[in-house]
Design a protein around this ligand. Structure first.
Ligand SMILES: [Zn+2]
Length: 104
């Protein structure tokens, strides 16, 4: 195993700032001398960014979707309540009309 193997194993952690200051310094020194690992690190940063975008966007969408579902559900319950109330009222009126009509 050479330095590049260690560096490439640690670069994702370095990108996450999850390495000690000494390891970070050693990695910076290695990157300054090793074009292959610099290129690899660019890819690590690119992947990390795209993963952050992918995880950030759904969170936003889920909360937005949940908010809209709640709004539509409330509107739906209100509409269903209105329709049910109207049906009960009309049904009651029909029954009352029939009863009063039959008696008269
Ligand atoms: Zn290297």
């Amino acid at each position: 195993m050479n330095d590049c193997c260690f560096a490439r194993d640690l670069l994702p952690l370095y990108e996450d700032r999850a390495v000690s200051p000494e390891t970070a310094e050693a990695l910076r020194q290695h990157l300054s001398q090793c074009p292959e690992c610099r290129e690899y690190f660019k890819q690590v940063k690119h992947i990390t960014k795209s993963m952050q975008r992918q995880t950030a966007t759904p969170d936003y969408r889920y909360s937005e979707v949940a908010r809209r579902i709640r709004r539509y559900r409330i509107a739906g319950i209100a509409a269903a309540g209105t329709v049910l109330g109207l049906a009960l009222y009309l049904g009651a009126m029909l029954i009352i009309n029939e009863q009063t009509g039959g008696e008269a």
